[in-house]
Design a protein around this ligand. Structure first.
Ligand SMILES: [Zn+2]
Length: 138
C-alpha cells in the first residue's frame, strides 16, 4: 500500500467560518437569505436565488435523504488511502430541494438507496474541526 497522507481538514474563510463555528458546537447551520428565504450552500456573497447580500446562518434540522452516492475503491484520494471501500453520499436536506451536503460512510454502499432517509452525526477530526456526517437509516 502507498504511504498514507494526512486527512484533509477544512480551510475556513470569511464566508465559511460561521458554518465551521456552528459545527464545532455540534450545530448544523446553513446560510439563508433574509430577503427570499433561500438556503445557499456552500455560502455565497450574494443569494443564488435573488442576488441579495442580506445573508445569515440559521439552524437546520439535519434530516435529509440520499440524493446520490458513489462507492470509492481507488486509493488515489489523499488522506483516504486506507479507508477504501467507502461510500460518498450526496445528502439533500429536507429544508429545500437541491440543498446538498457531502458525507462519507464506511463500506461498499450495500443497502444504500437513492431517497433513503439519513440522520446527522458528528465526527471530530484534526485541529478541532467537527464534520457534519450523515448515515442512511431504515
Ligand atoms: Zn435570496
Amino acid at each position: 500500500m502507498a504511504d498514507l497522507s494526512p486527512r484533509p481538514v477544512p480551510a475556513p474563510d470569511e464566508l465559511t467560518q460561521p458554518f465551521w463555528d456552528a459545527t464545532a458546537a455540534h450545530r448544523l447551520e446553513i446560510q439563508r437569505c433574509t430577503a427570499c428565504g433561500y438556503y445557499n450552500h456552500p455560502p455565497k456573497r450574494l443569494c443564488d436565488q435573488c442576488t441579495s447580500p442580506d445573508l445569515g446562518f440559521v439552524p437546520v434540522s439535519g434530516r435529509g435523504q440520499v440524493y446520490s452516492y458513489t462507492v470509492m475503491r481507488q486509493t488515489s484520494i489523499a488522506g483516504f488511502e486506507d479507508k477504501v471501500p467507502y461510500t460518498t453520499l450526496l445528502v439533500e436536506l429536507e429544508e429545500q430541494p437541491q440543498l446538498l451536503l457531502v458525507s462519507t460512510v464506511p463500506g461498499d454502499g450495500a443497502g444504500i438507496a437513492i431517497g433513503q432517509s439519513t440522520e446527522l452525526w458528528w465526527e471530530p477530526i484534526e485541529e478541532g474541526f467537527v464534520l457534519p456526517q450523515f448515515r442512511p437509516i431504515a
